[in-house]
Design a protein around this ligand. Structure first.
Ligand SMILES: [Zn+2]
Ligand SMILES: [Zn+2]
Length: 134
């Protein structure tokens, strides 16, 4: 049975709950994720959008079109700026796996967009590559 698991931002004002059973778990190497995370990839814990609930605090949002033309609403704490999830128009949320209170819930299953990873990034070749749908 899926349980509810919780997470939150760096300052502690924004708190959320989601499901312990993600659809998929990606290391996303797209350039937008690199910019917001300051890292070679973002830990994307993919769940149905309706399974994410903000339980405390207020989020800000920034709507952006991905380089594939899809709309993506990036949600973050308005006080400390921690990125908590992105809402994709396909009805899924890409939750920050490292913002979960127990980050051991995040276990990557796929690499996404490895072609835009920096040269110095050691790719985990054990993971399958998720094809990009256009
Ligand atoms: Zn915060
Ligand atoms: Zn990405």
């Amino acid at each position: 049975m899926p349980e509810k698991i919780s997470g939150g931002c760096l300052c502690g004002k924004a708190r959320f709950e989601t499901t312990s059973e993600p659809v998929m778990q990606l290391l996303c190497h797209c350039t937008d994720c690199q910019t917001v995370s300051g890292s070679a990839f973002y830990t994307a814990y993919i769940v149905p959008l309706e399974s994410v609930t903000l339980t405390e605090g207020t989020l800000a949002g920034f709507a952006v079109k991905s380089d594939k033309g899809r709309n993506n609403l990036r949600r973050f704490c308005q006080d400390c700026g921690t990125r908590l999830w992105a809402e994709l128009e396909s009805g899924i949320a890409s939750v920050n796996g490292m913002a979960l209170d127990d980050p051991t819930h995040f276990n990557p299953t796929h690499n996404h967009r490895p072609e835009t990873a920096p040269d110095w990034c050691a790719m985990n070749e054990v993971l399958e590559v998720l094809p990009v749908s256009s």
